[in-house]
Each structure stands twice: as C-alpha cells, then as structure tokens.
Design a protein around this ligand. Sequence first.
Ligand code: AMP
Ligand code: MG
Length: 414
Amino acid sequence: MKPNCDQMASTLISVTEAKKNILDNVTTIDGQEKLAIRQTLNRILDTDIKSTINVPPYDNSAMDGYAVSSIDLPEKDETELKIIGTSFAGRPFEGKMKPGETIRIMTGAVIPDGADTIIMQEHVQTTDRSIRISCGHNKGDHVRRIGEDMKIGDIVLKKGKLITPSELGLFASLGIVEVQVKRKCRVAFFSTGDELKSVGEPLEEGQIYDSNRYTLYGMLQRLNIELIDMGVIADDRDAVREAFKTASNIADAVITSGGVSVGEADYVKDTLEEMGKVNFWRVAMKPGKPLAIGKINNAAFFGVPGNPVSAMATFYQFVQPALQKMMGMNERFKLNIKVPCMTPLRKRPGRLEYQRGILSYTDNGEMIVNSTGVQGSHILTSMSLANCFIILPAENENVSSGDLVEVQPFDGLI
Ligand code: AMP
Ligand code: MG
C-alpha cells in the first residue's frame, strides 16, 4: 500500500485519542436548581431518587376476571365458586373471601383478603351467582405484587440520568412534586468568515449564507443548552480576540465554526493559542480534519471546521459527548450496528470516515444501508438525506456492494 498525505502527516491524532482527550479535558459544571417535574424534561438529574413508597402500593389484579384462593383451584375437572362481590380499580371490595367464594375483579383493583390468584374472565363459565373454573391455573396468576416496580428505600434513579418521559412518569408514580436538576450549561457560539451573510440579508458576489449557526443552534437546542448566539465574526484578528474574550466570560463553553485550517485568514487556532490553551487541532477523520479544542479562561473551547458537514460531524462525535459530560450526564448506551452496504464506497486508508448513509429494510425485512451519494464536506443535503453515519475505520479501503459496515443511526427512541 502506498502511503498517502494523511498517513504521512504526523500531526494527525486518531478519533479515539481525540475523543478521550476531549472528555478528559472537560469537567462537570457546578450549580443546580429545583423544578416542578414537568419542567425537568431533557434535564439532568442532580440527585439520586430514593423511593419513599411501594409501587404498586398494594397487590392488585393484572386482568379483568375473578379473584380466587389457590386452595380452591381444582387439580382436575372443574370447580364452582360463589360470587360474593366486586373489586373495582379505586373502589376495593371491603369484605373477606372464604373458601368456595370468589369476587369479580377489574384490572388494577386491590386483591381482596382471602384471595391470591386471578382467573381471567375469558377462562371461566359464569352463571348469575357463580363461576365454574377448570384445572390448569396456578397460584399467583395475574397478581401484581406490592413493590414489584419500586420498593420503599430502593434507589430508583441515579444522579446524572437524562430525564426522559419515562422519568417524568416515574417521579409522578412516586408522588414527587419537584426534582433537583443540574443548571443548564451555557454555550456561546459564533461563525467566523468574511464570506458569511446571515439570512435576511442579500448575497453579494463571493458570499454565502451562514448555515453553521443554524445547524449548531439545532444540535445545541436538542441538548437543552442555554444558547448565546453571537452571530458572524469577521476574519480579523482583533474581532476574533474580542469575540473570544466576550464568549469565554459569559459561557461554560465556546463553540466557533470556521477559521481552523491553515489558510491566511484562519485566526481561530492562533488566537486560542495566544489567549488560552490548545489541546490539539488535527484529527484523522473525514470530514472534519481541522479541529481546535482547548480552553479560554474557565470556558471549554471547541472550534469546529467551517465546512457544513464537517461542523456537524465533529459536533456529534466530539463536542456533544463533551457537553454532555459538562452537563453532568451519565454515559448512555449508543447504538452502532453492522449492516450490509449496498452502495460501493470510495475510501482511502488513513482517516476514519463518517460517510452519510440511509438505512432501510429490503422486501425480505433485512436491514441495509446505502450511501446518500456525493460525500463532499460542503454537501449539507447529505446530512438531511441521511439517517445514519457509515463509520469506515481509518485503515479501511474501498467498500464493495454487500460488505458489512458499521453504522451509527441518527435517531433513537427515548
Ligand atoms: P474555513 O473552515 O473557515 O476554512 O471554511 C471552510 C469552508 O466552509 C469554506 O468554504 C467556507 O466558506 C465554509 N464555511 C465556513 N463557515 C461557514 C458557515 N458558517 N456556514 C456555511 N459555510 C461555511
Ligand atoms: Mg473561513
């Protein structure tokens, strides 16, 4: 194999090293607040949650049917039991059942004294006053036990948990009104580039619209971050210095796009070196090789590349996990799967690639992935068309149709 430029460039560090370096260099922010449970959606729990009640709080029926005592269950043939009342959800049967008796019971209703088993109504023959049940039922069938979900004293949620709809319901099940969460992480972000215009302004010769501030807005908003949009900053050393100063004074993290290459108007890395600390700036990945990571004052600094796809790919792979650590969020399971790739892919060894892919099912129900097409780092439509990244390890060469590739889906149910 002939070495190429990427392999010879000694300044490139691997994606794995970069991820580790970034995570090791950020710390969780201080500060918390107490919020009504609905307000905690997409926030990070800042305390363990201990159950102070049993859920369910009493043994109850999982079915509409009849509550019986297991001593009445026939070993063979049938048995007849007398109906002596009804237990509704929220309106329990007050009396006590004796052997030979049964009560009609609804889903969620309290199991009456003397009963320990539920027979589904579909499995009994009823007359006005009695039921006939056959053999084949077991003690404890269709009974939900007290505390089966959460027991008094259980730690049911750990500090650092991202609060999703399940946790809102869980708080409510425990009767919790307010919860302590981490304060929101504050992020200041701006684009750099003399060619950039904001939407609403006419474009002149040689200008383009600033799209990165919008993709960044979206990605940050989804993380439930407090945003400070500082607009477009010109390719001017003083302007960049000034913006760094302001941003690092007001935010926990600063994110910039553009100006991280080695072009003559790329001031981001130099200014970061001058005013703060640069951890590294070139990663063996595609898209997104130039990346300035570091610190200014107390703010974490993430300088993502200007190319729109590079900006998004580096954000998702590096900046998002770092922000999540800063927000105090515990690591979550990440779904990466191997599927056959039906489009041949071009790949030179040297850099790890995040190509854009579309996962789908064949008529036979098998999952496959296809390329979105042209993979340039300026093709933002590729991100919009894609529903996953196709991850091609650094050493890999071309992919042939049918080869297994690793994919990272964009969406997950939470
Ligand atoms: P840079 O990283 O500044 O060298 O920019 C690399 C490429 O991305 C250039 O073609 C820029 O015009 C483009 N670019 C930089 N910033 C943005 C932005 N905010 N929105 C869209 N394209 C951008
Ligand atoms: Mg630029």
